[in-house]
Design a protein around this ligand. Structure first.
Ligand code: COA
Length: 257
């Protein structure tokens, strides 16, 4: 298996490892198919509240698409791979549950594109992130050019793409892409996952959608989306439970309804 599930971190949290360490976890077609299925399984299972993605081997999260599959001007296969990547990355971005990505080494090309589809990115000091496709005479194709420029602005995005610069986890933190830089990723993942489990699932799903869709809409429209969401959440049983629990000084029991 090119994508393996680790033993459960804690109830409600599912962790997957990209597992082609001899190829720096490059995204072969079989690996992409396994990622596709893992996202579907996480979406379908209400017991899964948080998804965690990591790389095996300690040297890379994912070093991009498997360049060996590109060789030989196989245009139809190349286009199919790119369309498929776009579909899978979009699905990951739209998963209505938080996705944590932990980067311990290289997150390049498609690896960085995957990270940009996640919600909370954690990095080790040694992490190196970038979109070096230009060095191959190519450009990113899984949404990376657009997600990156929206995340960091024109100048930082240009540095990574036009100069092929690889940025450190610390630089990504300064740019607001990374939530935490630490060499204790296990602990950082556990802390963030525990915190995510305390947020009501419907509120989480709605806020995730607002972050994604609201930032693409004119601000007055986005503020209207925001209020529609809040009004809907207020009338859910979890909304009422959260308020009651606070006032009764107890932990809320959210049911996702
Ligand atoms: N696709 C296929 N194989 C890859 C790969 C990729 N994206 N990235 C790394 N590998 C393979 C290497 O070919 C090598 O395989 P080998 O041992 O059979 O020769 C192995 O992984 C280790 O990589 P290597 O290049 O020897 O490690 P390094 O530490 O010297 O360099 C990188 C690490 C990440 C800088 C370098 O591997 C690299 O530039 N990779 C490609 C990154 C990229 O362009 N990604 C976008 C792809 S569209």
């Amino acid at each position: 298996m090119a994508l393996i599930e680790t033993s459960e971190l804690m109830p409600g949290v599912r962790q997957f490892l990209f597992n082609r360490p001899d190829k720096l976890n490059a995204l072969s077609s079989p690996l992409m198919a396994e990622l596709d299925a893992a996202i579907d399984a996480a979406a379908a299972d209400p017991a899964v509240r948080v998804l965690v993605l990591r790389g095996a081997g300690g040297k890379a999260f994912v070093a991009g698409a498997d360049i060996a599959e590109y060789q030989g001007d196989k245009r139809a296969a190349f286009i199919a791979y790119q369309m498929n990547s776009r579909r899978i990355f979009d699905k990951l971005e739209r998963l209505p549950k938080p996705v944590i990505c932990a980067i311990d080494g290289f997150a390049l090309g498609g690896g960085f594109e995957i990270a940009l589809c996640c919600d909370i990115i954690l990095c080790a000091e040694a992490a190196q992130l970038g979109l070096p496709e230009g060095r191959l005479g190519l450009s990113p194709g899984g949404g990376g050019t657009q997600r990156l420029v929206r995340a960091v602005g024109k100048y930082a995005a240009s540095d990574l793409m036009l100069a092929g610069w690889r940025m450190s986890g610390r630089r990504a933190y300064e740019l607001g892409v990374v939530a935490e830089v630490t060499d204790d990723l296990d602990n950082a993942i556990a802390k963030r996952a525990r915190a995510c489990l305390k947020i009501a699932p419907l509120a989480q799903a709605e806020m995730k959608r607002l972050i994604r869709e609201g930032s693409e809409a004119p601000i007055e429209t986005a503020k209207s989306y925001e209020q529609e969401v809040l009004f809907r959440l207020y009338s859910t049983s979890d909304g009422q439970e959260g308020i009651d629990a606070f006032l009764e000084k107890r932990d809320p029991q959210f049911k996702g309804e």
